[in-house]
Design a protein around this ligand. Structure first.
Ligand SMILES: Nc1nc2c(ncn2[C@@H]2O[C@H](COP(=O)(O)OP(=O)(O)OP(=O)(O)O)[C@@H](O)[C@H]2O)c(=O)[nH]1
Ligand SMILES: [Mg+2]
Length: 249
């Protein structure tokens, strides 16, 4: 089984991948950081301050928000663009968020302070090295801050997806990824709770250059929006539906 690149300086997965040269590489002025936000008042201030600091205020931030707390006000105070949407689940919000901006690079994150915004430069570097999708791999460093049930579930989802694809991936359900805009616009997305797995599986199976980038993972601020049982079952179904569907295309 072939491996998706996971380490440091690794060759491109796809010979034809367009490598942006150093002088024409993207900067944070080309980047939108996007997220679904649902009652994340405990975390959003810190997440948006981190993005501002790390990108010198140059990245655009888009929040698709379904909150009934102060989350959207805090987002606007930090200069984020807020798109209001009735809460309909993770994937409905994140799909709207990735399709809303028109900058050439889109980075997704959760708005719960779990993902390391200080790694945004490393994600952009990999895009500039020619990757179409850069996927944050939380399990590489052990993800000790993740509840055990979630850690086991996420490792199992990655094994299931790997078996279906014939490519070893290590974290299919991560919320932090960078995409070239072309990738998110050229594929039709169908999943809700399973959107994160779908984004990785369809990109890989359609030949885009994908790498996994090991990232640290922190404890969540605020309450989870995902029920581990029903959410886990929905993700497993998505992986099966999307993996088999891509084989039948
Ligand atoms: N707008 C909107 N955002 C949502 C909805 N459901 C989840 N989100 C957001 O999507 C992101 C992911 O949700 P989480 O609760 O962190 O789910 P998770 O990462 O699987 O669970 P944790 O391990 O507890 O972090 C968060 O930023 C949520 O606020 C929704 O229905 N609408
Ligand atoms: Mg989360």
């Amino acid at each position: 089984m072939s491996q998706v690149s996971r380490g440091g300086n690794v060759p491109l997965d796809r010979p034809g991948a367009e490598a942006a040269s150093a002088e024409e590489g993207y900067t944070f002025e080309d980047v939108s950081v996007v997220m679904g936000t649902y009652n994340e008042a405990a975390a959003i201030g810190s997440v948006l301050a981190d993005i501002e600091r790390v990108t010198d205020g140059n990245a655009e931030v888009v929040c698709v928000d379904g909150s009934s707390d102060r989350t959207p006000e805090i987002a606007r105070e930090h200069g984020a663009r807020v798109i209001e949407q009735e809460p309909q689940g993770y994937g409905v919000a994140v799909r709207a968020a990735i399709l809303a901006p028109d900058r050439p690079v889109v980075v997704t994150t959760d708005c719960d302070d779990t993902y390391p915004m200080e790694r945004l430069p490393a994600f952009l570097e990999s895009i500039n090295a020619g990757y179409d999708v850069v996927s944050g791999d939380r399990l590489y460093h052990g993800a000790e801050a993740m509840p055990t049930v979630n850690r086991l579930g996420n490792a199992t989802f990655a094994l299931l997806a790997s078996a279906l694809m014939g490519r070893r991936v290590h974290d299919t359900t991560t919320g932090m990824r960078a995409y070239r805009r072309e990738v998110v616009e050229s594929i039709e997305w169908t999943e809700n709770t399973g959107l994160s797995a779908e984004l990785l599986i369809r990109s890989l199976m359609r030949g885009y250059a994908v790498r996994e980038l090991p990232i640290e993972y922190r404890e969540r601020a605020g309450e989870t929006k995902l029920d581990p049982l029903s959410g886990g079952a929905a993700i497993a179904k998505s992986i099966l539906r999307v993996g088999l569907g891509e084989h039948l295309r």
